[in-house]
Design a protein around this ligand. Structure first.
Ligand code: NAP
Length: 322
């Protein structure tokens, strides 16, 4: 029988019959592809999920958050290995901020991206209290110096400043874009009212993403913000996609059950769920190589309608969500 005609469950069952789990098979195929074409292993793999930004740039639907990295949660060498593992498995979008660890996250990334900058989609952030004067340009220059990079792929306003400052904020981002210091800009933690205010400003529609919390146990954006972003072609970048440090979903029984039919972890199922629409990018953070390998499996999982129903029952969405 043609393998393309097998359902994922049938395919998984056959892999199991040959002693292969789906993640093991994925890792094997990735290793084979890398061996055949060295230097291209970090490019999105055929079939791996990507999200299209408004300017046409394609990014992987799964990136890596870097909030606590380089700050002693794990040994530095282990965290470096974790990020490099993720990059080699296609999680080439890295999310940091000028204020993570007072710049230590960006300094840590400097060492990871050195020698492979062009393979990375680098995201950093500026704070709302840096909008006045040339504050955004100065913050960007400081981030670039810490990162050892000539440019950012995406620069985000971390938390919304007052709407009255949006025209100046957008103008500052656009100047950085024209100067080649950033390739795109976006926002974070903006609600629908703030997105509407932003879109009324000249060039406000150039906003490439809104980075907000989204996970199975935090589905609040499904009521208003997610539909608004869909209608206005603004991809959402989901932070804390595993629930965040204090509400992690990785120990959940339902997720583990769904994962068992794919031979993958609960974490991979949670991330496949966050990225299921094709217009949401998830940025899980991990400083542990084994966790990163688990997470990367989400790039190759497509949950079935039955899986989605099971997860809806265990983690109901907000009333009135579409
Ligand atoms: N824009 C904003 O305001 C904002 C706010 C918060 C976060 N963020 C961004 O979003 C990123 C991720 O958010 P987050 O750190 O809050 O939450 P998260 O990614 O949902 O959770 C991170 C936690 O999950 C653990 N973990 C990761 N993979 C795992 C796996 N496969 N199995 C078990 N545990 C696993 C990590 O520990 P290990 O290191 O031990 O794996 C860490 O404790 C941040 O790094 C940051 O870049 C942005």
């Amino acid at each position: 029988m043609n393998e393309h005609l097998l359902s994922r469950r049938q395919f998984t069952a056959r892999c199991a019959a040959f002693g292969l789990s789906l993640p093991a098979l994925g890792a094997m195929l990735a290793a084979r592809a890398a061996a055949q074409d060295p230097g291209t292993e970090a490019a999105p793999k055929p079939g791996a999920r990507t999200v299209r930004l408004p300017d046409g740039t394609m990014v992987p639907s799964l990136g890596q958050g870097c909030w606590h990295l380089g700050q002693g949660r794990h040994p530095v060498a282990v965290e470096q290995e974790a990020l490099r593992t993720g990059i080699s498995l296609g999680m080439t979008l890295l999310d940091t901020s000028g204020n993570y660890g007072s710049g230590r996250s960006e300094q840590f990334l400097n060492h990871v991206i050195a020698g492979q900058r062009e393979r990375i989609f680098l995201v950093s952030k500026v704070e709302g209290d840096e909008v006045s004067g040339d504050g955004i340009a100065r913050a960007c220059a400081a981030s670039l110096a810490r990162l050892g990079s000539e440019y950012l792929d995406l620069y985000l306003m971390h938390w919304p400043p007052p709407s009255a400052t949006f025209p100046g904020m957008v103008a500052a981002f656009e100047q950085l874009r024209a100067a080649g210091k950033i390739r795109a800009w976006g926002v974070s933690n903006f609600n629908v009212g703030q997105m509407e205010d932003l879109f009324r400003v000249p060039d406000g529609h150039r906003c490439a993403t809104n980075q907000v919390p989204y996970s199975l146990n935090n589905r609040r954006i499904e009521r208003e913000l997610l539909p608004w972003c869909r209608e206005h072609n603004v991809p959402v970048m989901a932070y804390s996609p595993l629930g965040g440090d204090n509400h992690l979903v990785v120990g959940d029984r339902t997720l583990a059950q769904v994962g068992s039919s794919y031979g993958c972890s609960a974490a991979a199922v949670a991330l496949a769920w966050v990225t299921r629409s094709g217009s949401v990018i998830a940025i899980p953070e991990s400083g542990a190589p084994a966790h990163v390998r688990d997470n990367a499996v989400a790039l190759s999982i497509t949950l079935t309608p039955q899986d989605l129903q099971t997860l809806d029952a265990a983690f109901p969405g907000p009333p009135g969500a579409s």
